[in-house]
Write a protein that binds this ligand. Sequence first.
Ligand code: ADP
Ligand code: NI
Length: 213
Amino acid sequence: MEADFETLKNFVKQEFTGEGTGHDWYHIQRVLHLSQIIHSDTGGDITVVRYAALLHDISDHKFNGGDFEAGEKEALKRIEGHNINSEQKKHIGEIIRHISFKGGGEKNQIHSLEGKIVQDADRLDALGAIGIARTFAFGGHTGQPIYDPSIPPKIDQKESEYRNRRSHTINHFYEKLLLLQDQMHTDKGKSIARTRSNFMRQFLEQFYEEWNI
Ligand code: ADP
Ligand code: NI
């Protein structure tokens, strides 16, 4: 099991190294690490947690032309032949299918403990100093401006609107990032999210102070 996992990890590492939108190998590595930190608090099936964390961005709809099924399919292909049972495989696939944030107006579909752990870990990496850096990297990648005070945030968006609206990166803090704190599942996740969200609020205050000098 361990050797299979390490081999797969090296493949994923090669594939994601140098990715330029904040979904690079180090993001995956941090999510894997944070998942393990949360798991040591909550328990749960560590095999499912580690595989789901490692493969959670393997074919993200944001980068594959909008195919929501591809991530799960691709992940299941990668774990063929690994010594894990079919229940675990199914569970890993489900987590990958549902992990992504779909907009403030959509219902979250993650229900298992293992899914909650990996979703919390992925969300924690969207927060704090690293979260801020990733958000501006992603915004640059999609060609949106840093800020445009004439476009206010829209919180309760349906998924299609959340994905397609032309906006600016500062709005992403209100449309997603600052909503995450209240959507964390685990105690450990909540506590780390609180600190990181406070830091982001401080960042925004300073940002407006400089903007309005
Ligand atoms: P998930 O990882 O849940 O699929 P997203 O696709 O919303 O979440 O985003 C992953 C990360 O990419 C975010 O945390 C953020 O840093 C960045 N990102 C996504 N959408 C935007 C956006 N519209 N503007 C700026 N950054 C974004
Ligand atoms: Ni991710």
